[in-house]
Design a protein around this ligand. Sequence first.
Ligand code: AMP
Ligand code: ZN
Length: 457
Amino acid sequence: MLHLYNTLTHKLEEFKPITDKKVGLYTCGPTVYHYAHIGNLRSYIFEDILKRVLQYNDYEVNHVMNITDVGHLTDDGDNGEDKMEKGSKREGKTAWEIAEFYTQAFQKNLKELNIESPTTWCKATDNIPEQIELVQTLIDKGFTYETSDGIYFDTTKFPAYGEMANLQNQELEAGSRVEIGEKKNSHDFALWKFSKPEEKRQMEWEAFGRMGFPGWHIECSAMSSKYLGQHFDIHCGGIDHIPVHHTNEIAQSEAAFGEHPWVNYWMHNEFIVLKNNEKMGKSNDNFTTLQKLKEQGIDPLAYRFFLLQTNYRKQLCFSFEALEAAQTGLENLRSKILKLKNESKKIDTTKLQEKFLEKINNDLDMPGSLALIFDALKNEEIDYETILQFDKVLGLDLDKVKEKKVEVSDDIQKLINERQKARENKNWSESDRLRDVIKALGYTLEDTAEGQKVDKI
Ligand code: AMP
Ligand code: ZN
């Protein structure tokens, strides 16, 4: 039985799909105005593990991920500049070029981290009519009001507003301090924004009698319902989405679709933080990208391995030293796997497979699963086949682990060839002597069925 922590109910729950053996999964994608940082990538690795665990349990997963290429403002609320326009000014390119460039960079990151592609990618700018239609439904149902800068959702018309984030208690306090301008209540949010008359936006559309653009939240409700229907199983993102983005998505979707609950399970990953407990953020200028890690000799899969060592619901402090240790750990795992592959021994792992399933089905317990695997390796209770089966969830590409080809100088190669001849002539004392000479020069030799295997000491 699969149990997942549901942010909506604040409980670990047994997962029950709406349709037998099928899962509709929506994961909020990146805002493509800059490179994704490794904190963002934690979200996508967590979601990939979730998807792989569902597939391991024989569910067919219909996974939709959006690309936010318009409407996400710099303050995550209804003020500030559109992040895409900001990226455009920063780089002297059009907002469309920025979106295309960073979408490709993001998809390259996913490949490098061995994250499976979603079933459907969807861009906010490709789904403008769907968003306009949803706003119109909310207008028709009486959930909105207009100000001079946009069409807003009136949160007082939706009594369950903020339940997932426990916002009710903060409402009065926040309302008394926050500058709300023309908004009626502090939590009301923009569904559609009007372009400012003095400003020519690059991305704008005609709707509701003038030029404008969608608010950030409406895209996810419009696109998830388009591809997954008006009631689906799981919706994910980072924890920062709980109080604003996801809370607003729930309000507008349940108001429009009349379905309660709109989504059955909400799942959120904790942050990557830095040593001073500061959140890694694109706008904080304190971020590291996968590309930067690669330039420092880190294998992207070592970052994946680093994340698997901590539960997705725990904050994780990033340091380069910790990541280097993870890379050594992954190398170590790979060499153990090569050994298993060469031995080609078969072991009855029925019990181990049951334990593994128990771990992954306990809210994606990856640290527990890894501990199980390392113990089994130590006690020689696992074979190559089983580890590859477990890797369907871990996604560490363990089936692609290859012998490292060690480069040697011509002189050393000559000695290795001489030793080969000595062995063919069964001259064991000469063979041992040459092995010592080669060792003194910094290389070990292992005699395998395929011949001598060289390694650097
Ligand atoms: P964005 O591109 O800003 O919309 O963010 C993409 C995803 O990354 C969202 O699910 C965020 O919640 C998540 N996220 C942002 N910062 C961090 C962080 N420091 N650690 C983990 N996840 C993060
Ligand atoms: Zn979203």
